[in-house]
Design a protein around this ligand. Structure first.
Ligand SMILES: *Cc1c(COP(=O)(O)O)cnc(C)c1O
Length: 427
């Protein structure tokens, strides 16, 4: 059944709040009505009028193997034949947990959830239960899902809409969350010194991806580890984006820093709704039923989700040696795009960490939210729309990461660069 796109959004808006089930999908920051998708395959995504785009959003990160990977699809179908939910344990959950613990050694015990939000929400509750303290620190521009305590200066979605916090979050709770500038070692030292006896946790995206890509400065994460270890504060790495994005494991493995708790999501679900929180046995065993910190989920560890996640992680494990070439491909793409921009006399600042990247429409450098916000978002909006007309699907906001998948080919890179050159001539 083909739907004309404007009809589709109009129709949706009559029955879905704002026409979308997650705000960034509504294209508020770039304008226009969102395009509705019919299907996707590999690096390509197709709208409801059968137009094809090369996809650099990849469902906001999860689809690292490309869309509808045949082995993942088969696994889901086979699992579905056996029943889609039991509300009782399955062996698949043990296999999934085993893969996660193997890949990320700081995770001694794990609990599966149905979203990244549930994972970070649980991590915060655990940290509070474990330390008996209430305050948490996060960083401006980092997004950790939409749980109340974490929705303070929370990156792309809220930045795009220009709202710092959110009505509906009681002041009493918001006051327990301190948000500090990312990469600012001096301010975190001062805050910990002042509040150590009240601080339950510091939560951080080890590579920020929700204000656009912002890598950690040398020493920043190490400082967080030192301060938290010294003051009985739980260090939480939110690796919902970065987990399995750079290699078979977390960013933490690459920098040799061991957080107390880690949150995962996106890639580990292979495109199904999955999250996970894991870490030190001593902390994790505080969760019910062994402990007194409650957490649950009717569909947690769901057989379909586990089947997609297990196959995805197994394939990624078999691709350990291919991750560097994925990063090289991203590097090549970013460099070529940069030179196209510079030939056109348009300033861009590229932040790239392996296969995730953002071209900020400004001189840069971009190392925190304040600097990210200097970008020319109206120019980005024009770029976004013309790229789309030229068959390239970018994030509908400047403050997002672009991603490559293993399904992207050198032909995709060439097409993207041609589209970019064409687009820039019209800006
Ligand atoms: C996407 C994201 C989340 C939230 O995950 P959901 O599955 O959307 O709830 C949490 N943290 C980070 C870093 C994310 O990028």
């Amino acid at each position: 059944m083909e739907h004309h796109n404007d009809d589709a959004f109009g129709e949706a808006s009559k029955v879905i709040a704002g026409g979308v089930n997650s705000p960034v999908r509504a294209w508020k920051s770039v304008g226009g009505n969102p395009i509705f998708i019919d299907h996707a395959q590999g690096s390509r995504i197709y709208d409801s009028s059968e137009r094809e785009y090369i996809d650099y959003v990849l469902s906001w990160g999860p689809m690292i193997l490309g869309h509808a990977h045949p082995e993942v699809v088969t696994a889901i179908c086979e699992a579905a034949q056996k029943g889609t939910s039991f509300g009782a344990p399955t062996h698949a959950e043990t296999v999934m947990a085993g893969l996660i613990c193997e890949a990320i050694p700081s995770i001694e015990r794990v609990r599966m959830t149905s979203s990244g939000t549930e994972a970070t929400m649980t991590a915060i509750r655990l940290a509070r239960g474990y330390t008996g303290k209430k305050m948490i620190i996060k960083f401006d521009g980092c997004y950790h899902g939409h749980a109340d305590s974490l929705l303070i200066k929370a990156g792309s979605g809220v930045t795009t809409l220009g709202i710092p916090g959110s009505p509906g979050i009681p002041e009493e709770l918001a006051n327990l969350t301190l948000s500090l500038p990312y990469n600012d070692t001096a301010s975190i030292e001062k805050a910990v010194e002042r509040h150590a006896s009240r601080l339950a946790a510091i939560i951080v995206e080890p590579v920020a991806g929700n204000m656009g890509v912002v890598p950690p400065r040398e020493g920043f994460l190490k400082k967080l580890r030192e301060l938290t270890s010294r003051n009985n504060i739980v260090l939480i790495f939110d690796e919902v984006i970065t987990g399995f994005r750079f290699h078979f494991g977390g960013y933490q493995n690459l920098i040799n820093i061991t957080p107390d708790l880690t949150c995962l999501g996106k890639i580990i679900g292979g495109g199904l709704p999955v999250g996970a929180v894991g870490g030190k046995k001593e902390i994790m065993e505080r969760l019910a039923p062994t402990g007194d910190v409650y957490q649950a989920g009717t569909l947690s560890g769901n057989p379909l989700a586990m089947s997609a996640g297990i196959v995805t992680l197994q394939i990624l494990k078999s691709k350990i040696t291919s991750f560097p070439s994925l990063a090289n491909q991203a590097d090549g793409l970013c460099r070529e795009m940069e030179s196209l921009f510079s030939r056109q006399g348009i300033a861009v600042c590229t932040n790239r960490v392996f296969s995730m990247f953002t071209l900020f429409f400004q001189e840069g450098p971009v190392n925190d939210l304040t600097s990210a916000l200097k970008s020319d978002i109206s120019l980005y909006a024009r770029f976004f729309h013309v790229m789309l007309q030229n068959g390239i699907w970018l994030a509908p906001s400047q403050f997002e990461a672009g991603f490559l998948s293993f399904a992207h080919t050198s032909e995709d890179m060439d097409k993207t660069l041609n589209a970019c050159a064409k687009t820039l001539r019209t800006l």
